[in-house]
Design a protein around this ligand. Structure first.
Ligand code: UDX
Length: 448
């Protein structure tokens, strides 16, 4: 199969590299010249474990190439994937589809022979119909089948997710597309990944519904964590206790400082808007969005409380800035609100992140100081806050850390430590959802 991918960002590049690895001949297109030049020189525009290696080996094998011009690669392709960004539109939270529609126009001018046009970008229900309409308006002779083929890639685990997906979803309105897309994903369902063919609108909604459900699951356990703190229960045990029920499942039940990233915040908001416009409001998702927004800032208050209620003039070390580990992505990262909240309360903040500091600088308050590692960051700090659970923070030399600190407060917003191991170093440990630590066992449950 000859595959052309328009948009060499995170989704386009990972998909292109993995399709090439399956043996397809792939061209990744992007209009940003600096990006294509960097990729040709073997430099990745994003940090994603394993990506550089897959790109290099497939370029070398002649299966993967990069171009700023879509004309040639589109005319030769069996399948053209649209993988451009759909950011939140300023002002109303709807997805901004201008890039998708521009690409649809460009594609329509260059397609030759029967071509499947597959949208990988996350787009609101009905966008496939619009893309179909645009292509036929611009070029009435174009023989295309427009399909929806959402991605379910987690940053930091994208290659694994691509190669071993739970499922592949393809929404179509033309049976010829089924044959082509079956061929595109053939190497995957040899690995037993189910491929689900649906209507185009259904497939578009599957993507939003999946992300909204996961965001809801996280938000649910985050609220349960708060409840645990107030009633003397432990959220990790609650997660385990409910997650063993196969109907619930153990994943996405880790309490944290609120979800961030490029997908959940944007997609939940867009779904809320679509649902309101369609006269079927999704109130649970609306609540999820609001609760998650408030949570990020509330985490700053939690840190202040752990410091005894005042942080003015104190130094707080923040470990982990990115919205999750194994990425340099700072979009909607809880660290942004938490650090701002601490600075607003008068604290001085030093920060360290293994990959995200460059991306963080323009987003964080200019007074934040950056350290070269976790120990330098903690040196002289009154309190230490773990915001992102990078592996290197799971195995810190706690004696060295404690010895360098001026104060003795450690706030673990990812629950990666046990209180005993922290407290035996003379530090005071605060985590999420451990009411056994915050309340005496004799705490009266019923109001008296
Ligand atoms: C997500 C979806 O998982 C993926 O399928 C979709 O295509 C894109 O959006 P991603 O944003 O890369 O992927 O990260 P994910 O691992 O899902 O985490 C999202 C956020 O939720 C992070 O901020 C993470 O810290 C948080 N999270 C996740 C929790 O707080 N607790 C959990 O148990 C899981």
């Amino acid at each position: 199969m000859r595959i052309t991918i328009i948009g060499s960002g995170y989704v386009g590049l990972v998909s292109g590299a993995c399709f090439a690895d399956f043996g397809h001949v792939v061209t990744c297109v992007d209009k940003a010249e600096h990006k294509i030049e960097a990729l040709r020189a073997g430099r990745m525009p994003i940090y994603e474990p394993g990506l550089a290696e897959i790109v290099a080996s497939n370029v070398q094998a002649g299966r993967l190439s990069f171009s700023t011009d879509l004309a040639g690669p589109v005319s030769e392709a069996d399948v053209v994937f649209i993988a451009v960004g759909t950011p939140s539109r300023r002002g109303d939270g709807h997805a901004d589809l201008s890039h998708v529609f521009d690409v649809a126009r460009d594609i329509s001018r260059h397609v030759r022979g029967f071509t499947v046009v597959a949208t990988k970008s996350t787009v609101p229900v009905g966008t496939g119909d619009e893309v179909d309409y645009i292509i036929r308006m611009v070029n009435p002779n174009a023989d295309v089948a427009v399909v929806s083929n959402p991605e379910f890639l987690r940053e930091g685990a994208a290659i694994e997710d691509f190669k071993r997906p739970d499922r592949i979803v393809v929404g179509h309105a033309d049976p010829r597309a089924v044959e082509v897309m079956t061929e595109v994903y053939r190497p995957l369902y040899l690995n037993a990944a189910p491929i689900l063919f649906t209507s185009r609108r259904t497939s578009e909604l599957v993507k939003y519904a999946a992300n909204a459900f996961l965001a809801l699951k996280i938000t649910f356990i985050n609220e349960i964590a708060d409840l645990c703190e107030n009633v003397g229960a432990n959220v990790q045990e609650v997660s385990r206790g409910i997650g063993l029920d196969k109907r619930i499942g153990p994943k996405f039940l880790n309490a944290g400082p609120g979800y961030g990233g490029s997908c959940f915040p944007k997609d939940t908001l867009a779904l809320v808007k679509t649902a309101q416009d369609s006269n079927a409001p999704l109130r649970l998702v609306e609540a999820t969005v609001a609760v998650n927004d408030q949570r990020k800032r509330a985490m700053a208050r939690k840190v202040v409380a752990a410091c005894g209620g005042r942080v003015r003039g104190r130094t707080i070390a923040v470990l982990g800035l990115t919205f999750k580990p194994n990425t340099d992505d700072m979009r909607e990262a809880p660290a942004i609100s938490i650090i701002q909240g601490l600075i607003d309360a008068g604290a001085r903040v030093t920060a360290y992140d293994p990959q995200g500091m460059e991306q963080a600088r323009p987003l964080l308050d200019p007074h934040v100081a950056y350290a070269e590692d976790a120990y330098v960051c903690a040196h002289g700090a009154d309190a230490l806050v773990i915001v992102t659970e990078w592996d290197q923070f799971r195995a810190l030399d706690l004696d060295r850390l404690a010895a360098g600190m001026t104060g003795n407060v450690l706030v673990d917003l990812r629950n990666i430590y046990r209180s005993e191991e922290i407290e035996k170093r003379g530090l005071r440990y605060t985590c999420l959802g451990d009411g056994l630590a915050t309340l005496p066992l004799s705490y009266p449950v019923a109001a008296e």
